[in-house]
Design a protein around this ligand. Sequence first.
Ligand SMILES: Nc1ncnc2c1ncn2[C@@H]1O[C@H](COP(=O)(O)OP(=O)(O)O)[C@@H](O)[C@H]1O
Ligand SMILES: O=P(O)(O)OC[C@H]1O[C@](O)(COP(=O)(O)O)[C@@H](O)[C@@H]1O
Length: 323
Amino acid sequence: MKKIAVFTSGGDAPGMNACVRAVVRTALYHGIEVVGIRRGYRGMIDGDFVPMTSYSVSNIIGQGGTILKSARCDEFRDIKWRKVAYDNCVKEGIEGLVAIGGNGTFTGAELLMENFGIPTIGCPGTIDNDLYGTDYTIGFDTAVNTALDAIDKIRDTASSHDRVFFVEVMGRDAGFIAMQCGIGGGAEKILVPENPDSIDDVIATLKSGGENEKPSHIVVVAEGEEIGNAHFIAQKAKEALPNLDIRVSNLGHIQRGGSPSAIDRIIASRMGIAAVEGLLEGKNNVMSGIIDDKIVYTSFNDAINKKKALDVDLIKMVKILNS
Ligand SMILES: Nc1ncnc2c1ncn2[C@@H]1O[C@H](COP(=O)(O)OP(=O)(O)O)[C@@H](O)[C@H]1O
Ligand SMILES: O=P(O)(O)OC[C@H]1O[C@](O)(COP(=O)(O)O)[C@@H](O)[C@@H]1O
């Protein structure tokens, strides 16, 4: 293999730059040329390639976002546009790809291989941590710490004003962020899509200890929660408990930004090195993840289709810790 390309796709995540840096420097270390594709599959279709040198990834390990930019590109779902993307890669002399993203990104890479045959290794880059085949995804740890910091601050007002806050955190289909920042932030209740919840249960929690005894509560709601979003649940709680002073805070995209934590920089670097070395060993259509602190390659098929279990037993902790 003489030349490979690296790109970031889907949502950005803190640590993606550390991964790009690792991919570029590992390729150069092994004497392989490397180009960056800007804006993921969008740039592959547009032929937006940039040569990467060791210098081009200097001083980015601590930067949030992604220097290669990211995008969601619906055209790539159509084989006609995948052919355009493939032809651009061939014209550029690209023989292998490192895709940093989530399961949509890996689905696109798998199809590109299936249709036209271009080997890809993925690095799990999403704050949601919802990829099978790795204990942690790049960006998750930073996102949890950002959400935790926000919850700590919200608790100051909750406590000073005796208010109940419903805090919505990201996680389109998964409750990993909610679970971690909820436990770490001492939330009185955590609502995640992996666990069946009910409005009655939320109301019972808010009443526990007497409606006036502990009027300040934090309820963390994962974006993907099945009973509804934080505004909907807060509205229902307000109807049932009109004496409580209830507010909603949606943390939104602050969770996707900022300087990556040490953990994110380190796992991103390890996964990036493993991706390039995996390509050189002839691996293909696999994700380089970390399980029990060891690099593990998982097929895209499993990473995409198997569901990573959230330990919902942790919710029991919340009850104990609030007794
Ligand atoms: N079924 C699919 N077929 C082809 N490309 C896809 C498919 N699903 C996703 N992609 C490509 O991957 C990109 C990123 O996927 P998305 O689901 O938005 O983020 P993530 O990679 O973080 O899961 C999409 O914008 C699209 O270009
Ligand atoms: O910024 P956008 O494109 O609206 O995406 C929001 C989504 O991105 C995420 O932050 C991460 O999603 P990805 O796995 O697709 O990167 C989700 O938690 C959230 O639902």
